[in-house]
Design a protein around this ligand. Structure first.
Ligand code: FE2
Ligand code: FE2
Ligand code: FE2
Length: 183
Protein backbone atom coordinates (compact mmCIF):
# COMPACT_ATOMS: atom_id res chain seq x y z
CA UNK A 1 0.00 0.00 0.00
CA UNK A 2 1.23 3.54 -0.76
CA UNK A 3 2.64 5.12 2.38
CA UNK A 4 0.48 8.27 2.28
CA UNK A 5 -2.77 6.28 2.04
CA UNK A 6 -1.53 3.97 4.82
CA UNK A 7 -0.67 6.91 7.05
CA UNK A 8 -4.08 8.50 6.51
CA UNK A 9 -5.84 5.20 7.21
CA UNK A 10 -3.91 4.79 10.47
CA UNK A 11 -4.99 8.29 11.52
CA UNK A 12 -8.57 7.52 10.56
CA UNK A 13 -8.41 4.26 12.53
CA UNK A 14 -7.14 6.20 15.56
CA UNK A 15 -9.78 8.88 15.21
CA UNK A 16 -12.63 6.39 14.82
CA UNK A 17 -11.40 4.27 17.74
CA UNK A 18 -11.24 7.26 20.06
CA UNK A 19 -14.60 8.56 18.84
CA UNK A 20 -16.07 5.16 19.77
CA UNK A 21 -14.82 5.43 23.36
CA UNK A 22 -15.69 9.12 23.67
CA UNK A 23 -19.30 8.52 22.56
CA UNK A 24 -19.69 5.63 25.02
CA UNK A 25 -18.57 7.94 27.86
CA UNK A 26 -20.91 10.68 26.66
CA UNK A 27 -23.78 8.14 26.45
CA UNK A 28 -23.34 7.49 30.18
CA UNK A 29 -23.55 11.25 30.87
CA UNK A 30 -26.68 11.65 28.72
CA UNK A 31 -28.40 8.75 30.50
CA UNK A 32 -27.50 10.17 33.94
CA UNK A 33 -28.96 13.52 32.89
CA UNK A 34 -32.20 11.76 31.87
CA UNK A 35 -31.71 12.05 28.08
CA UNK A 36 -32.25 8.36 27.43
CA UNK A 37 -32.65 8.70 23.66
CA UNK A 38 -29.58 10.90 23.31
CA UNK A 39 -27.77 8.13 25.21
CA UNK A 40 -29.05 5.59 22.66
CA UNK A 41 -27.90 7.88 19.83
CA UNK A 42 -24.38 8.06 21.31
CA UNK A 43 -24.31 4.24 21.67
CA UNK A 44 -25.55 3.64 18.12
CA UNK A 45 -23.03 6.10 16.67
CA UNK A 46 -20.26 4.63 18.86
CA UNK A 47 -21.05 1.25 17.26
CA UNK A 48 -20.84 2.81 13.78
CA UNK A 49 -17.42 4.30 14.62
CA UNK A 50 -16.28 0.84 15.74
CA UNK A 51 -17.33 -0.48 12.31
CA UNK A 52 -15.33 2.31 10.60
CA UNK A 53 -12.24 1.74 12.80
CA UNK A 54 -12.42 -2.01 12.07
CA UNK A 55 -12.83 -1.50 8.32
CA UNK A 56 -9.76 0.78 8.17
CA UNK A 57 -7.79 -1.72 10.31
CA UNK A 58 -8.70 -4.59 7.98
CA UNK A 59 -7.63 -2.59 4.91
CA UNK A 60 -4.28 -2.02 6.70
CA UNK A 61 -3.85 -5.73 7.50
CA UNK A 62 -0.52 -6.05 5.65
CA UNK A 63 1.02 -2.86 7.05
CA UNK A 64 2.46 -4.30 10.25
CA UNK A 65 4.39 -2.66 13.04
CA UNK A 66 4.15 0.11 15.61
CA UNK A 67 3.36 3.64 14.50
CA UNK A 68 2.78 6.93 16.22
CA UNK A 69 -0.76 7.86 15.19
CA UNK A 70 -2.26 11.31 15.18
CA UNK A 71 -5.93 10.66 15.84
CA UNK A 72 -6.83 14.38 16.00
CA UNK A 73 -9.28 13.38 18.71
CA UNK A 74 -11.12 15.67 21.07
CA UNK A 75 -10.95 15.20 24.82
CA UNK A 76 -13.15 16.21 27.74
CA UNK A 77 -16.45 15.34 29.37
CA UNK A 78 -19.02 18.10 29.72
CA UNK A 79 -22.76 18.20 30.13
CA UNK A 80 -24.76 16.57 27.33
CA UNK A 81 -25.38 19.83 25.48
CA UNK A 82 -21.63 20.49 25.34
CA UNK A 83 -20.82 16.89 24.43
CA UNK A 84 -23.29 17.05 21.53
CA UNK A 85 -21.67 20.26 20.29
CA UNK A 86 -18.22 18.63 20.43
CA UNK A 87 -19.58 15.55 18.65
CA UNK A 88 -21.03 17.72 15.87
CA UNK A 89 -17.73 19.59 15.57
CA UNK A 90 -15.79 16.33 15.22
CA UNK A 91 -18.16 14.88 12.62
CA UNK A 92 -18.13 18.17 10.66
CA UNK A 93 -14.33 18.15 10.56
CA UNK A 94 -14.39 14.60 9.19
CA UNK A 95 -16.98 15.54 6.55
CA UNK A 96 -15.45 18.83 5.37
CA UNK A 97 -11.73 18.32 5.87
CA UNK A 98 -10.42 14.94 6.82
CA UNK A 99 -12.24 12.32 4.78
CA UNK A 100 -12.44 14.28 1.48
CA UNK A 101 -8.63 14.77 1.62
CA UNK A 102 -8.08 11.10 2.51
CA UNK A 103 -10.49 10.02 -0.24
CA UNK A 104 -8.72 11.99 -2.99
CA UNK A 105 -5.37 10.57 -1.87
CA UNK A 106 -6.67 6.99 -1.96
CA UNK A 107 -8.19 7.64 -5.42
CA UNK A 108 -5.01 9.27 -6.75
CA UNK A 109 -2.95 6.33 -5.48
CA UNK A 110 -5.34 3.71 -6.88
CA UNK A 111 -5.97 2.20 -3.43
CA UNK A 112 -9.41 0.69 -4.06
CA UNK A 113 -10.00 -0.94 -0.65
CA UNK A 114 -8.97 2.22 1.19
CA UNK A 115 -11.21 4.25 -1.11
CA UNK A 116 -14.22 2.10 -0.24
CA UNK A 117 -13.56 2.14 3.49
CA UNK A 118 -13.11 5.94 3.47
CA UNK A 119 -16.19 6.47 1.28
CA UNK A 120 -18.37 4.45 3.67
CA UNK A 121 -17.10 6.45 6.66
CA UNK A 122 -17.51 9.82 4.95
CA UNK A 123 -21.11 9.12 3.91
CA UNK A 124 -21.97 7.81 7.39
CA UNK A 125 -20.52 10.86 9.16
CA UNK A 126 -22.98 13.04 7.22
CA UNK A 127 -25.84 11.16 8.92
CA UNK A 128 -24.11 11.39 12.30
CA UNK A 129 -23.77 15.17 11.97
CA UNK A 130 -27.50 15.54 11.18
CA UNK A 131 -28.50 13.39 14.16
CA UNK A 132 -26.17 15.19 16.60
CA UNK A 133 -27.42 18.57 15.37
CA UNK A 134 -31.02 17.48 15.93
CA UNK A 135 -30.21 16.11 19.39
CA UNK A 136 -28.42 19.36 20.28
CA UNK A 137 -31.48 21.40 19.34
CA UNK A 138 -33.72 19.20 21.50
CA UNK A 139 -31.41 19.26 24.53
CA UNK A 140 -31.05 23.06 24.26
CA UNK A 141 -34.82 23.19 24.91
CA UNK A 142 -34.48 20.72 27.79
CA UNK A 143 -36.02 17.91 25.74
CA UNK A 144 -34.86 14.44 24.79
CA UNK A 145 -34.35 13.51 21.13
CA UNK A 146 -37.66 12.64 19.44
CA UNK A 147 -36.77 9.32 17.85
CA UNK A 148 -38.14 5.76 18.21
CA UNK A 149 -35.28 3.70 16.85
CA UNK A 150 -32.01 3.90 14.96
CA UNK A 151 -30.24 1.36 12.81
CA UNK A 152 -26.55 0.83 12.08
CA UNK A 153 -25.12 -1.32 9.28
CA UNK A 154 -22.47 -3.71 10.63
CA UNK A 155 -20.67 -3.69 7.26
CA UNK A 156 -20.32 0.03 6.48
CA UNK A 157 -21.55 1.77 9.66
CA UNK A 158 -24.40 3.59 7.90
CA UNK A 159 -26.64 5.06 10.60
CA UNK A 160 -30.21 6.26 10.20
CA UNK A 161 -33.43 6.84 12.11
CA UNK A 162 -35.97 3.99 11.97
CA UNK A 163 -35.92 0.18 11.89
CA UNK A 164 -33.54 -1.86 9.76
CA UNK A 165 -34.43 -1.69 6.05
CA UNK A 166 -34.25 -4.76 3.77
CA UNK A 167 -30.98 -3.52 2.33
CA UNK A 168 -28.38 -1.00 3.56
CA UNK A 169 -28.77 2.19 1.48
CA UNK A 170 -25.00 2.77 1.49
CA UNK A 171 -23.35 -0.64 0.94
CA UNK A 172 -26.29 -2.88 -0.02
CA UNK A 173 -25.80 -5.32 2.89
CA UNK A 174 -28.90 -7.42 3.72
CA UNK A 175 -31.16 -6.82 6.73
CA UNK A 176 -29.38 -9.55 8.75
CA UNK A 177 -26.27 -7.35 8.77
CA UNK A 178 -28.11 -4.32 10.17
CA UNK A 179 -28.52 -3.71 13.89
CA UNK A 180 -31.47 -1.82 15.31
CA UNK A 181 -31.08 0.28 18.47
CA UNK A 182 -34.46 0.72 20.15
CA UNK A 183 -34.99 3.83 22.26
FE1 FE2 B 1 -16.85 7.22 11.66
FE1 FE2 C 1 -19.31 9.59 12.98
FE1 FE2 D 1 -23.99 -0.82 4.93
Amino acid sequence: MHSMTASFLRSAHGGESQAHMRYMAWADVAEKEGFCKVGKLFRAVAFAEQVHATNHFVVLKDVKGAFLVDAMAGFGIGRTQENLASALEGETFEINEMYPAYLSTAQAQGEKSAERSIHWALETEKEHAKLFERAGQAVAKGQDLDIKSLYVCKVCGYTHEGDAPDKCPLCGAPKAKIETFGC
